[in-house]
Design a protein around this ligand. Structure first.
Ligand SMILES: [Zn+2]
Length: 96
């Protein structure tokens, strides 16, 4: 793989770089988006997406358009315990 914005990882570092969850985007994530689909997630289950500066608004709007509970906060690269889901590839379906 050819590094783009490399430089933060130390030699031999095993930290997977946290990148934006938007399909096709490889920017480093600076935001985390926690959301839940009340129809399929019961109780405290929630999902986490990561987003770069450019796509945080897109992903948040995508979820808010579906009336999902969404929380957006800053993402620290050191948070390696986050369970990250893939964002949908096609977010183009119109609901109305
Ligand atoms: Zn992005």
């Amino acid at each position: 793989m050819i590094g783009g914005l490399g430089g933060l990882g130390g030699p031999g570092g095993e930290l997977a770089k946290a990148t934006c969850s938007r399909a096709g985007c490889r920017e480093a994530a600076t935001w985390r988006i926690e959301w839940r689909n009340p129809r399929i997630h019961t109780g405290d289950r929630s999902k986490t997406w990561l987003a770069c500066e450019e796509h945080v608004g897109y992903l948040r709007d995508f979820l808010e358009a579906r009336s999902f509970p969404v929380e957006v906060g800053p993402f620290e690269a050191s948070e390696t315990s986050v369970e990250i889901d893939s964002a949908p590839n096609a977010a183009t379906r119109s609901d109305s």
